[in-house]
Design a protein around this ligand. Structure first.
Ligand SMILES: [Zn+2]
Length: 334
C-alpha cells in the first residue's frame, strides 16, 4: 500500500527523522534539512549561510527540545550552498563531526577558490556554446552575489561510496549518486526502507543536472545528464517506501517518478535531434528554440539541460560536435 506524503512524514518522524524546512533566498524556496534523533544526534544538511536560516534552524531544533549546540554529527548531501552554507557556524557552536562523500571533501574545504573556479568554468562553457557575452557577464555577477550564502566545510568523516554510518538505533548507507551535482549522496536505511535523497530526486521539479567541473579537478566537464540517468536507474532498483527529498514533500512512489523523469528526458532528447534537422545549432540556439528568451539566471540551467541531451545523442552517434574555434555547434549525423 502506498502512503500519502503526509503519512510518509509521520512514519519518518516515528523513526526519529524530522523534517526541518529552512528558508533560502533562492527561487527553489525552503530547503529540507532532516534531524535524526539517535546517537549521535544528527542533522542532514543545514540550510544556507544567513541569519534568518540560523534563527529558524535554532527555533525548529528548539521545538524538538534540542539546540544547535547539541548536534553531534552533520551530514552534507552535496555541494550546493542552499544545503551547506550554515555548516561552519553549526560546527563552531556544536563541535559536531561532519560527514560527506570523501571524493567531495577537498572541494567542500576550498569553497572560496572553487566557487571562483566554478564561475570561470561556467563563463568559458557558456561562451563556447554561443551564449552572448553580456548574458555571461550578468550571470557571473549574480553568482558572485550568491556566494555569501555558502561557506567552506571541513569534512572530518569522509565517506566511501557504500560505507555504512552506524547509529544507536539504525544504519545509514551512503551511496554516491552524481548527476544533479558531482557530489550528490543519498542515505539509505535498508531496515526501514527510507531513502534520504536530498536533490537527487525531487517531487515537483526535476533535479537539474548542472554541468560542473569534476571533483578531481580535471578540466574536462562532466556529462551531468548521462551520470544523472545512470544514478536514477540505480535508485529505481531500490525497494524504498519513503524518499525524503531536499525540497518539498516526501516521494512515496519513486519508481513512477523516476519513470516519468526518464520518459521526459527521452522526449526532450528526440526534440533536440529534431531541431537539428535544418542544420547545426549551438547549445544556446537550441535552448532558445525550446524555451525562448529565458531570464538571465536561467541561462546556465537551460544550457546544461541542452548539453546533457546533446551528450547522449553524441554518445549514441546520432549527433557530432562541430567546433569553429569560437563556438561549438551540434550537427545531426544522419
Ligand atoms: Zn542542489
Amino acid at each position: 500500500m502506498t502512503l500519502t506524503p503526509e503519512e510518509a512524514l509521520e512514519q519518518a518522524a516515528l523513526a526519529g527523522i524530522h523534517r526541518l524546512q529552512i528558508p533560502t533566498p533562492f527561487a527553489v524556496g525552503r530547503v529540507n534539512c532532516y534531524l535524526i534523533e539517535d546517537g549521535p544526534l544528527t542533522l542532514i544538511d543545514t540550510g544556507p549561510n544567513s541569519g534568518k536560516a540560523l534563527d529558524e534552524l535554532g527555533t525548529q531544533l528548539g521545538a524538538r527540545g534540542h539546540s544547535i549546540d547539541d548536534l553531534e554529527l552533520v551530514i552534507v548531501t552535496h555541494q550546493h550552498i542552499d544545503h551547506l552554507g550554515l555548516v561552519e557556524i553549526v560546527v563552531e557552536h556544536s563541535g559536531a563531526e561532519v560527514a560527506a562523500i570523501g571524493v567531495a571533501a577537498e572541494r567542500l574545504a576550498n569553497f572560496d577558490e572553487d566557487a571562483e573556479a566554478d564561475d570561470r568554468f561556467a563563463v568559458e562553457l557558456m561562451l563556447r556554446n554561443g551564449i552572448p557575452e553580456e548574458v555571461t557577464a550578468a550571470l557571473r555577477s549574480v553568482s558572485r552575489s550568491f556566494r555569501g550564502w555558502g561557506s567552506h566545510v571541513a569534512v572530518t568523516r569522509p565517506l566511501a561510496d557504500g560505507e555504512e554510518l552506524k547509529f544507536g538505533d539504525r544504519t545509514l548507507q551512503a551511496l554516491h549518486r552524481p548527476g544533479h551535482s558531482p557530489s550528490d549522496t543519498v542515505f539509505w536505511d535498508e531496515q526501514r526502507k527510507i531513502l534520504i535523497a536530498a536533490d537527487h530526486l525531487l517531487p515537483r521539479i526535476s533535479s537539474n543536472p548542472l554541468i560542473s567541473r569534476p571533483l578531481d579537478g580535471s578540466t574536462e566537464r562532466t556529462q551531468a545528464l548521462v551520470a544523472y540517468i545512470e544514478s536514477m536507474q540505480k535508485t529505481r532498483e531500490m525497494p524504498a517506501e519513503i524518499v525524503l527529498p531536499g525540497h518539498g514533500d516526501p516521494v512515496v512512489d519513486h519508481v513512477a517518478l523516476i519513470d516519468d523523469r526518464l520518459a521526459k528526458h527521452e522526449r526532450r532528447k528526440e526534440k533536440i535531434l529534431g531541431l537539428l534537422a535544418d542544420g547545426p545549432r549551438s547549445g544556446y540556439e537550441l535552448a532558445q528554440a525550446i524555451w525562448g528568451n529565458v531570464a538571465v539566471t536561467q541561462a546556465f540551467l537551460t544550457l546544461s539541460e541542452v548539453i546533457g541531451h546533446a551528450d547522449i545523442l553524441v554518445n549514441e552517434g546520432r549527433v557530432r560536435e562541430v567546433d569553429d574555434g569560437n563556438v561549438v555547434r551540434y550537427e545531426a549525423t544522419g
